[in-house]
Write a protein that binds this ligand. Structure first.
Ligand code: PAF
Length: 274
């Protein structure tokens, strides 16, 4: 990979990198197409990164489709795909990890201890390997996007981190590789997440400042379908600190994690007052 990166850079071409864990959907492909608009060559990585999964999480069952993914990458204009084995990324004796402090703490950072340490480590390694001009990530993993933005700035990696809007199914469900775990009945119940977020977004746009009322709206939707809340929070959009009221000109974000059956789903939306 390093030799390939060198040859691209010697030709004066700029690389866009799209790191993924595979089982690609339209959300990933939108990142790849945008990469093609922002750089000369698009590269992707497909790596189910073991260090970002907790011991009781779905590492062994995470959906995979290498052949289909390669075809999808090709159709989205990706030039090269890096698909390493875990032992290539974490060889025997590996002992270096990256920890982004404040933005990693709450939300998924609290519920999935060690998750963002794993994400930051593998993304730092990928950025060091590819030395891209730009790297693209979905807003669907909103906290992850803030963690990676901080990581790139703090380590002065000279890469532009671009966040792209969540791509949704026609009925509102945020696209995710983990949606493949849902049964038909759970797939319908899962719509409560986006319904709750849209409801909060509309209520905030209509002038509701009180965060507890907006959170209650979201919880009502989750409870209506017996989705088990992991968290529902409304936070400052960049620092991810909790808010009690929305203020004009202060971007806020509503974030949810909830279990529908055994599947843990996350979703989030921007809230704009008035
Ligand atoms: O969002 C993902 O798919 C992963 O967390 C990432 C950024 C590829 C790191 O493994």
């Amino acid at each position: 990979m390093r030799a390939w990166v060198k040859s691209v850079q010697q030709r004066g071409q700029r690389i866009a990198l799209v790191p993924t864990m595979g089982f690609l959907h339209e959300g990933h492909l939108s990142l790849m197409r945008e990469g093609g608009r922002r750089a000369d060559v698009v590269a992707a990585s497909i790596f189910v990164n073991p260090t970002q999964f907790g011991p009781k999480e779905d590492l062994s069952t995470y959906p995979r489709d290498a052949e289909g993914d390669l075809a999808r990458c090709g159709s989205a204009g990706v030039f090269g795909v890096y698909m390493p084995e875990p032992s290539a990324v974490y060889p025997p004796g590996y002992q270096t990890y990256v920890n982004v402090e404040e933005v990693s703490r709450g939300l998924d950072g609290e519920k999935r201890p060690g998750h963002f340490r794993g994400v930051a480590t593998v993304v730092a390694k990928l950025l060091a390997l590819f030395r891209p001009e730009v790297a693209l990530f979905g807003e669907k993993d909103y906290q992850q996007l803030q963690v990676i933005t901080r990581l790139a700035a703090d380590l002065e990696l000279g890469v532009e981190i671009v966040g792209m809007p969540t791509i949704r199914e026609k009925d509102g469900l945020a696209m995710s590789s983990r949606n493949s775990y849902l049964s038909a009945e759970e797939r319908v119940r899962a719509l409560a997440l986006s319904r709750g977020l849209f409801a909060a977004q509309h209520r905030a746009a209509a002038g509701e400042r009180d965060v507890s009322k907006l959170v209650a709206l979201i919880r009502t939707e989750l409870e209506g379908v017996q989705a088990r809340e992991d968290y529902v929070e409304i936070v400052d959009a960049s620092r991810l600190t909790s808010l009690s009221t929305l203020e004009e000109g202060a971007p806020a974000r509503a974030l949810i994690a909830a279990f529908v059956g055994k599947t843990r789903l996350i979703d989030n939306m921007a809230l704009q007052l008035g």
